[in-house]
Design a protein around this ligand. Structure first.
Ligand code: MG
Length: 383
């Protein structure tokens, strides 16, 4: 036996290791533009690596999750959110004998299309693009990987595998997209469902953590939230002498662990009960197979409702969101009114993509700090 393991070896291992309903990289429906396969990497490893090496991925570091980055060095941004979510997705995928690398690739790409300044930015662009085909961040993530990354001579985008693109797209496609889109099925593959669940577990917990650290949330408010109470209670008894920051960290650890464990066990039971024995059978199921038990789903919704009301709608968070929204409206309008202000490499897309879409792509791709600087340069003097 050779000392070196090749892609063919990894593909063979996948056939042995993965469940029949896990996506094998050797069975991929392929890329939009056929390419020679790699000697030492499976197709999904290669997708993951292309995503990590992309410009859009590096920009995630300077995009807001909830707290804008100048508020403090320890808050999550889109990059650390993405990394936390991908770690959770790998744990779940591995435990369920799914393709860990596919789940990882989908998570690493899932927020590439996110605007600066969090969801406020997405809402603004959706409104500004109303008459021009609309805007949402899943679709934008697909635009980034299919069109906006410029790294190859033969095609636009990263030329990712069908299954990774299917996972990024999530809910099917109701809009114009210049290249063939993965065909809509009742459900995406389980790896994509895992990616969604991991995203939710990650942001719910780190937003809670950041909310408490920022003091916009107070611990006493959480007494009525069952998930928090159950995680925190035993720790308060056991870690009586520990400082609050350790207790908080341990509570978040316990919460993530509870959610991930429940998700793995409830999903495994659902998969078994469904009798699915192939990826196509998964795609045809009526409901999602990856999900929490009924009890934990209820408790998770309670925690999310709490976060929505007490954190995302907190006057301080809203104040920052509103000023960011105004800034993006100004920027979008300034470029629309005077396209000569756009860099030439951006204007080069007018003919193919249309002016409005090109401006939306450009603004959506900005980091918080680039948008702030551009705004000061273009509008600041007047405004
Ligand atoms: Mg996310």
């Amino acid at each position: 036996m050779s000392a070196v393991r090749s892609r063919e070896d990894f593909e063979r291992e996948e056939r042995e290791r993965l469940a029949p309903f896990g996506v094998r990289s050797a069975d991929s429906r392929g890329r939009l533009f056929p390419e020679p396969r790699h000697a030492y990497r499976t197709d999904f490893q290669r997708d993951r690596d292309r995503i990590v090496h992309s410009r859009a991925f590096r920009r995630l570091e300077y995009k807001t999750q909830v707290f804008v980055h100048h508020e403090g060095d320890h808050y999550r941004n889109r990059l650390t959110h993405t990394l936390e979510a991908s770690q959770i997705a790998r744990t779940i995928a591995r435990a369920l004998r799914l393709n860990e690398e596919l789940a990882e690739a989908v998570v690493l790409a899932h927020d590439l299309g996110h605007t600066p300044f969090g969801h406020a930015g997405e809402r603004v662009l959706a409104k500004l693009m109303q008459g021009d085909g609309g805007f949402d961040h899943n679709r934008q993530s697909l635009r980034v990987v299919d069109l906006l990354e410029e790294r190859y001579a033969g095609f636009r985008g990263l030329n990712l595998s069908y299954e990774t693109r299917e996972g990024i797209l999530k809910h099917g496609c109701h809009w114009e997209h210049p290249v063939a889109v993965p065909e809509p099925t009742a459900q995406p593959a389980l790896e994509a469902q895992v990616a969604d669940a991991a995203d939710e577990i990650a942001y719910t917990n780190h937003d809670l953590d950041d909310g408490l650290r920022s003091k916009l949330l107070r611990r006493e408010q959480l007494a009525e939230v069952a998930l928090w109470r159950d995680a925190r209670g035993p720790l308060e008894a056991r870690l009586r002498a520990a400082p609050e920051r350790v207790l908080r960290a341990q509570t978040i650890v316990a919460l993530i662990n509870r959610l991930v464990t429940d998700l793995i066990e409830a999903s495994a039971a659902r998969i078994e009960a469904s009798g699915v024995d192939s990826v196509d059978a998964v795609r045809g199921t009526r409901g999602r197979l990856i999900g929490f038990s009924a009890e934990l789903e209820k408790q998770k919704l309670e925690l999310k409702r709490f976060l929505h009301e007490e954190l995302y709608l907190h006057p301080e968070v809203r104040r920052v969101s509103e000023s960011a929204s105004g800034l993006l409206v100004d920027l979008f309008r300034a470029y629309r009114a005077d396209p000569a202000r756009l860099p030439g490499r951006v204007r080069a897309h007018f003919a193919g993509d249309g002016e409005a879409r090109t401006v939306a792509d450009y603004v959506a791709g900005m980091t918080d700090r680039f948008a702030t600087r551009e705004h000061a340069a273009l509008v600041g003097a007047r405004g």
